[in-house]
Design a protein around this ligand. Structure first.
Ligand SMILES: [Zn+2]
Length: 400
């Protein structure tokens, strides 16, 4: 893994520069795939069509016996993995300092890469597909063309390993540490008892190696996703069907709303996993290393106002106010607006904020009384100096 030490620093050598934020569409992915069609090392084929008729493509690379299937953006507004896969495709097509890694994966594995399973959702930046179905709850019903395709491909490829690639809420923390869960990992359970058979164990072992490598880039910011069995989800069922399935979730990181740093560590997680699958180094890992990854906890607010002096009916009280910035896609479909909603109020001393303000010595004016699940409408002042204004959930003025 020594070669990976400078990976983040060298990232610009293979980063797909046409992707700069989370709002790229199917047309860009199609263009990128067109540009590799004439490269001999890739085989690109249309695997199927989305509900609205957009092409869903599968890229095959490598000549090894171990089949690895990677699919991204089953949820249309979860774009980080597609960015990382675009970078992976560039990485695989290059020649240079990382040849040792490429050669090992090429010789031992065949990769089946499916970027953007839900192009209709990506177009509108929505989780669900054009039928309003959550594809990841459609494994059994098989009503969505996208869900049908994913299941059909697994049955056809019969992969040894599956990489199920998502984004999660940025409110998740890595354990109780105060660090956001920038990357969360999970070997989904195939039954209610959360049993461990050799198939799931392999996924756990690869995850433990990913975690070790990620700690060098984002120390303390890796979480283990909740492993409650979800009978309708693909990961759980693929695990049951004999594919060692690894769930990767991109969460939040300080000052990275468009997830451009997270994209790099996400790529690092994928490439680390592929290296360990190729050289079988994961076989030496003990299960405890997987379980030592701290479990995800929802302890992060986007803005945490500590020690606010409030009052109701003339009774003064002290409360922390935890606000979540809810994202909504703008009409241009190329940007989002944030609404700051009161998520929790009271003693939040065990919680954290991406931004925190200690309001101990400030005055808080409630334009409208703070209410759980409703947009905040407040002014925070230090004497006459306005520090922060949230107007019907919109942050309009912030001075620090
Ligand atoms: Zn998802």
């Amino acid at each position: 893994m020594d070669l990976l030490n400078n990976l983040i620093e060298n990232y610009q050598s293979f980063e797909e520069i046409q992707i700069k934020d989370r709002f790229f569409k199917h047309s860009l992915v199609s263009d990128l795939l067109d540009s590799i069609r004439n490269k001999k090392v890739f085989r690109v084929e249309e695997a199927g069509l989305s509900t609205m008729g957009r092409s869903i493509n599968l890229i095959k690379w490598g000549n090894g016996p171990c089949r690895v299937f990677l699919w991204s953006q089953m949820h249309g507004d979860e774009a980080t993995a597609t960015m990382a896969l675009a970078d992976l495709i560039n990485f695989l097509s290059q020649n240079g300092i990382y040849n040792e890694i490429r050669d090992s994966i090429d010789k031992n594995c065949t990769l089946y890469i499916l970027p953007m399973l839900n192009p209709d959702g990506a177009e509108l930046f929505t989780r669900r597909n054009a039928m309003e179905i959550d594809i990841n709850r459609d494994f059994h019903r098989q009503q969505s063309p996208e869900g049908q395709l994913l299941r059909k491909l697994r049955d056809k490829i019969h992969p040894h390993f599956g990489f199920n690639l998502h984004d999660q809420s940025t409110s998740w923390s890595a354990g109780k540490s105060g660090n956001p869960a920038t990357i969360s990992l999970l070997a989904p359970a195939y039954d209610e008892e959360l049993s461990i058979n050799p198939v799931r164990q392999k996924a756990m072992q690869v995850i433990a190696i990913m975690n070790k490598e990620l700690q060098k880039s984002i120390p303390g910011c890796v979480g283990r996703f909740d492993d409650e069995h979800e009978p309708r989800a693909f990961g759980d069922n693929f695990q049951a069907a004999g594919t060692s399935t690894i769930l990767i979730e991109a969460g939040g990181f300080h000052n990275d709303p468009e997830k451009q740093y997270i994209r790099k560590v996400y790529f690092k997680a994928i490439i680390t996993g592929l290296i360990s699958i190729a050289d079988e180094s994961y076989l030496h890992v003990k299960n405890e290393e997987y379980f030592s990854i701290p479990e995800n906890k929802k302890l992060h607010f986007h803005l945490l106002l500590r020690n606010c002096k409030l009052q109701r009916n003339g009774i003064p009280y002290l409360a922390d106010v935890g606000l979540i910035a809810e994202e909504k896609i703008n009409e241009d479909l190329q940007s989002v607006s944030y609404t700051y909603v009161v998520n929790e109020l009271g003693d939040l001393s065990q919680y954290y904020g991406y931004e925190e303000i200690n309001c101990e010595s400030f005055n808080i004016t409630e334009i409208r009384g703070l209410k759980i699940d409703e947009p905040a409408d407040i002014i925070i002042q230090d004497g006459l100096n306005i520090l922060l204004t949230i107007e019907n959930g919109r942050l309009t003025n912030i001075n620090e």
